[in-house]
Design a protein around this ligand. Structure first.
Ligand code: GLN
Length: 187
C-alpha cells in the first residue's frame, strides 16, 4: 500500500512522520507524474489559496478531483478541508468541491485563532485537537457524517471515504486518526 501526500506547500512533513511511524509507504505529490499508483491521499494544512493555485498550475486539479470522486480515500486537514469543500462562505474561489460542506476560512480570527482542546472524533475518544488559523464547517450535506464539533461548530466530517478535519491530527503524536484513514485505504 502507498499513500500520496500533496507536497506543494504547507505542513506535509508532519504527515510523513506519522506514516513512517506506522510503517506505511508514501510518495510526495509535487507534480502530475507523481500522482499514480496510490491507495489514498493526504491533503495537508497550509494556505489553501496557494495550494489551490498550485494544483491547477501543475495540472493536478482534475486528476485529484476525479480520483476522489471515483472513491480514492482522502484525509484532508485544515487547508486541505478548504480544498475539498463544495462552498466557501467567505471566499469566492472554490477548489476541488468533492465534499458537500460549506466552510468558513479563518473562522476563529486570523491572529488569535490558534488553540488546543480535546474532543471525541467519531469512534475515537478524547482526541487532542490542534487549531491553527482554522476554518470550521457551517453547513453539511444530508449524507455527511459529523465526526467532531467544538462549541457547536462542526470541525470534523466524513463523507464516503473522504475525511475532512479543521484541526491538525499530525501535530499531536496521536496516530489514531491516521490509522483510521489507513484502514479506509485497505478496505
Ligand atoms: N487559514 C488557512 C487557509 O485558509 C488554513 C490554515 C491551516 O491549514 N492551518 O488556507
Amino acid at each position: 500500500m502507498r499513500i500520496g501526500i500533496l507536497a506543494v506547500q504547507g505542513a506535509f512533513i508532519e504527515h510523513e512522520k506519522i506514516l513512517e511511524k506506522l510503517g506505511v509507504d508514501y510518495v510526495e505529490i509535487r507534480q502530475k507524474k507523481d500522482f499514480t499508483g496510490i491507495d489514498g491521499l493526504i491533503l495537508p494544512g497550509g494556505e489553501s489559496t496557494v495550494q489551490g493555485k498550485l494544483i491547477k498550475k501543475l495540472g493536478l486539479h482534475e486528476e485529484i478531483k476525479s480520483s476522489i470522486e471515483n472513491g480514492l480515500p482522502v484525509l484532508a486537514t485544515c487547508a486541505g478541508l478548504i480544498l475539498l469543500a463544495q462552498n466557501i462562505e467567505n471566499d469566492s474561489t472554490v477548489h476541488l468541491r468533492t465534499l458537500p460542506v460549506t466552510v468558513k476560512r479563518n473562522a476563529y480570527g486570523r491572529q488569535l485563532g490558534s488553540f488546543l482542546t480535546n474532543s471525541n472524533v467519531g469512534e475515537i475518544a478524547d482526541f487532542p485537537l490542534v487549531f491553527i488559523r482554522a476554518p470550521y464547517i457551517t453547513k453539511v450535506g444530508s449524507k455527511v457524517r459529523v465526526l467532531a464539533s467544538v462549541d457547536n461548530n462542526i470541525v470534523g466530517v466524513e463523507y464516503g471515504k473522504q475525511i475532512g478535519l479543521a484541526f491538525h491530527p499530525e501535530m499531536t503524536g496521536d496516530n489514531r486518526i491516521h490509522e483510521r484513514f489507513i484502514h479506509n485505504c485497505i478496505s
